[in-house]
Write a protein that binds this ligand. Structure first.
Ligand code: GTP
Ligand code: MG
Length: 206
């Protein structure tokens, strides 16, 4: 799937606009600015496919990306979709807007039967915060399989990253739906990207 170009197919501003359930969906969740959209671009090798920004709150809808070359007809569906999501924990936008994004993300994570795997992104400099914990608990409760990705690994020194990995593994040991291994990535330096591509391909095919 990562050998061909990917395209944006749809932005979903509210649950009622979700496409009919079809191919397995792989979602990217995390606090605002953690690097969700950048990671999608790094995985597909196309800068600018997902829109990124220095300013938290860039992604405001559930954005669907699929490998190109499928008509979308019932007998010609793409093998999977990557779903970029608004971040949670963004305090600067109007509260009503933040609440709407958070509700959309939570409703989607809780209630999408074709959701195959969620990558929960955690900034390597910050570790798991309270609102991340809330998302992990929701996924446990909904029995949605997820894996933690430590992002922006280029921003901290290797010993600090190792320490964070140990702490994070200890935290997720208490979470039944969490995959017991971490990924660590740098979209900037293209580190950990191949490993994550393999993980996604495996998730799609199981
Ligand atoms: P929202 O859509 O606002 O929730 O943000 P997001 O999680 O999609 O983050 P985005 O990909 O837009 O990246 C936020 C900022 O972090 C941008 O300025 C990126 O250039 C930067 N960034 C993302 N990934 C990395 C990385 O691996 N290393 C470094 N150094 N910076 C990164
Ligand atoms: Mg984004």
């Amino acid at each position: 799937i990562f050998h061909r170009p990917w395209i944006f197919i749809r932005g979903v501003p509210a649950m009622k606009f979700l496409p009919p359930e079809g191919p397995p969906e792989i979602a990217f969740a995390g606090r605002s600015n953690v690097g969700k959209s950048s990671l999608i671009n790094a995985l597909v090798g196309q800068n600018g496919l997902a829109r990124t920004s220095n300013t938290p709150g860039r992604t405001q809808e559930l954005n669907y990306f699929v490998p190109d070359g499928y008509s979308g007809a019932a007998d010609d569906l793409p093998p999977c979709a990557l779903v970029d999501m608004p971040g949670y924990g963004y305090a600067e936008a109007p509260k009503a807007q933040v609440d709407a994004w958070t509700a959309l993300v939570f409703d989607y994570l809780r209630g999408r039967s074709t959701l195959k795997r969620v990558y929960v992104l955690i900034d390597s400099r910050h570790g798991i915060k309270k609102n991340d914990e809330d998302v992990l608990k929701l996924l446990d409760k909904a029995a949605v399989s997820y894996q933690i990705v430590l992002t922006k690994a280029d921003k901290i020194k290797p010993p600090a990253l190792e320490k964070l990995k140990v702490e994070t593994l200890a935290k997720i040991a208490k979470h039944p739906a969490a995959y017991p291994e971490l990924l660590a990535t740098s979209s900037e330096k293209s580190e950990g990207i191949d490993t994550m591509r393999e993980a996604i391909s495996k998730a799609v095919n199981t």
